[in-house]
Design a protein around this ligand. Structure first.
Ligand SMILES: NC(=O)c1ccc[n+]([C@@H]2O[C@H](COP(=O)([O-])OP(=O)(O)OC[C@H]3O[C@@H](n4cnc5c(N)ncnc54)[C@H](O)[C@@H]3O)[C@@H](O)[C@H]2O)c1
Length: 327
């Protein structure tokens, strides 16, 4: 079977969110028949959807993936589903009951509906969290997930396994993508768990010393959001099914290096201040091995950390300016 976006009906859960909104933009480049977005706006926003909310090909429904009747209404007649609605890792830890309903039960209900309505393929947003602290660096998909200690990572892994079993039992095609540390314009800037780069951008804006908790040696693999959207579209279009892929930038960057690049792209000479780490982070390293995605999906990230941080900085400072103008 050849998968195509042109003239297809595509459902994107969580499509008003950070990554989801870029996936929608990417899909619209290929003239789908309809892109249906279901998002309860707990974190997503109209601001994220600004570039396409008035597009007649887009149908936005402010609704919850836990609402099975609503989901049934929209899964029926849909060709493809991107399942991106989820709670953040910290929200799952703060409220595992809600984590269960959103991450597990809703994913189960969705898989049932996809079988019932013969959806052609599901693209499932998984996470590098499934590895916990990986055994190998770079980390291939074959590393075991046994070290994961988080509810979120467990839920994502269960989602992968659910779709694997539904492929085996009901021949439901799917691809799961394990994103590493996704960043870029539209990332959360004022939530309870704002990412460190946004806090540092605030410091640069205010001329205050950026704080590093611990020695700054923890590493991550920062992948730009537009590259992640491209990986999603590649996963839909390829004939590959029943597979899981890492989606990272394949560069290991310590927090200290991240700050250095952020300061450099903003021509800032601020000097960081180090503070004692106040929480234990069991995952001290992240580095993706994308070989499988390159070979099977023809996906390769194209945006360097420097370019990505420049784009993020410009977007964030512009956003701050427009907020200041409004007050
Ligand atoms: N951002 C990352 O670094 C990262 C890394 C790995 C995996 N992921 C996964 O990628 C996907 C997208 O993440 P994101 O960074 O865009 O996060 P996000 O929070 O911006 O997007 C998730 C969207 O889902 C919506 N949502 C949450 N609960 C819902 C519910 N019950 N019903 C309907 N909508 C609901 C939110 O409003 C939000 O718009 C998620 O599945 C996430 O777990 C993200």
């Amino acid at each position: 079977m050849r998968n195509k976006i042109y003239n297809s009906k595509i459902l994107v859960t969580g499509g008003a969110g950070f990554i989801g909104s870029y996936v929608v933009e990417e899909l619209l480049k290929s003239d789908p028949k309809k892109v249906i977005i279901i998002d309860n706006l707990i974190r997503g926003s109209f601001e994220n959807m600004k570039s396409f909310i008035d597009n007649p090909l887009v149908h936005f429904i402010e609704g919850d993936v836990r609402d099975t009747a609503l989901m049934e209404n929209y899964v029926s007649g849909t060709d493809y589903v991107f399942h991106m609605a989820a709670l953040r890792i910290n929200s799952c830890a703060a409220n595992p009951e809600e984590g269960f309903e959103v991450m597990l039960r809703s994913t189960f209900d969705l898989a049932q509906l996809c079988v019932k309505y013969k959806v052609k393929k599901v693209i499932y947003s998984s996470s590098a969290s499934v590895y916990g602290l990986a055994q190998h660096f770079p980390t291939p998909e074959t590393d075991t997930p046994y070290d994961n200690q988080t509810f979120y990572g467990g839920a994502k892994l269960w989602g992968e396994q659910l779709f694997k079993s539904y492929k085996f039992m009901y021949d439901l095609d799917y691809v799961a993508l394990r994103y590493f540390n996704v960043y870029g314009a539209r990332m959360d800037t004022d939530g309870k768990y704002t990412e460190v780069m946004i806090r540092w951008l605030d410091c640069i804006h205010e001329g205050k010393a950026p704080l590093i908790y611990g020695d700054g040696s923890t590493t991550m693999d920062f992948v730009y959001v537009r590259d992640v959207a491209k990986a999603n579209v590649a996963a839909l279009l390829s004939n590959v099914t029943d597979e899981v892929f890492n989606v990272g930038n394949c560069e290991e960057t310590s927090l200290k290096q991240l700050l250095d690049v952020l300061l450099k792209v903003n021509d800032s000479r601020l000097v960081p201040e180090y503070r004692e780490e106040n929480s234990v982070n069991p995952v001290s390293r992240r580095l993706a091995d994308n070989t499988k995605a390159k070979q099977q999906l023809n996906f390769e990230p194209s945006i360097s950390l420097k370019e990505g941080l420049k784009e993020l900085s410009e977007w964030y400072f512009e956003k701050k300016k427009s907020i200041n103008l409004r007050v």
